[in-house]
Design a protein around this ligand. Structure first.
Ligand SMILES: [Zn+2]
Length: 269
């Protein structure tokens, strides 16, 4: 009886704490980012590999891919300004022209402006090696985030963070399903997952890589619209959700990796 009562009060405390601090997530989880980074690493030109060695030594891109999330826990103000770099928010169901116009008009620093900025900084040899290394790490991370469709989501629900769902009966939000839960459900390590996905033919690779950056954003946005349409607030998600979205998820990860390679081959000179 006593144990029962203690358990009950502990539960109440947990619930109270959870209500006080709702946990929003804002990024592909660790595996998603590493898959994108590893696929990119395997598609670098010789020149890019050499330049990468100057910046990272023998460390792999996957090792650094999640660092821009880890620094959110830094208690100094050093990285606070980067918290808005991980996403853009736009209204739903815009035409492609409207979408690109709105994307370019977004105020302040965001995922779009900072991918452009980090590309510039990595290629800028007048900067210090340390500055270029930091820009490189952000570039790897942000191109990953760009391919998590809910990072090109809607303002009113914070990219799906406010849409409450259950994932195999456990409370979750839509954003976290796409950051982690659906990726983790595949039960691959990041090296297994990147190996499995990295089978794209030359023509398809070229098509994905050669389209402009704004089209990459629009791709993610279209998928976000589909996700919003098929995942209402309160949805109970499990096997069927994986069945519906598994191909979309895989495409986003492999597109992210191949496009990141393309960008790195361009700026690592
Ligand atoms: Zn992020």
């Amino acid at each position: 009886m006593l144990i029962h009562r203690i358990n009950k009060s502990v539960r109440i405390v947990f619930i109270a704490v959870a209500l006080l601090f709702p946990t929003y997530s804002f990024c592909w989880g660790v595996i998603g980012h590493r898959v994108v980074a590893q696929i990119a690493q395997d598609h670098l030109t010789r020149k890019a590999k050499k330049e990468l060695k100057t910046l990272l030594g023998r460390q792999k891109l996957a090792e650094w891919a999640n660092w821009p999330d880890f620094i959110k826990s830094d208690t100094t103000e050093t990285w606070k300004h980067t918290s808005k770099w991980h996403y853009v928010n736009l209204p739903g169901n815009l035409s492609k022209e409207e979408f690109i116009t709105e994307l370019k008009k977004l105020p302040g620093e965001n995922l779009y402006t900072q991918i452009l900025e980090m590309k510039k900084q990595v290629a800028d040899h007048s900067l210090t090696l340390e500055q270029r290394k930091t820009a490189l790490i952000f570039l790897v991370h942000l191109i990953g985030d760009l391919h998590q469709p809910l990072h090109v989501g809607r303002e009113e629900d914070l990219g799906g963070n406010k849409i409450k769902v259950t994932w195999f009966d456990k409370p979750a939000n839509l954003h976290s399903v796409w950051d982690d839960l659906l990726v983790n459900f595949q039960q691959y390590s990041y090296t297994e997952y990147s190996t499995i996905l990295d089978i794209t033919g030359k023509e398809q690779t070229k098509e994905w890589q050669d389209s402009p950056l704004e089209d990459w954003f629009y791709d993610s946005y279209l998928l976000a619209n589909k996700i919003y349409a098929l995942t209402p607030d309160g949805a109970k998600l499990s096997y069927r959700y994986n069945y519906i979205f598994k191909d979309d998820l895989d495409h986003q990860l492999v597109k992210g990796g191949l496009r990141l390679a393309h960008v790195l081959n361009e700026v690592l000179k």
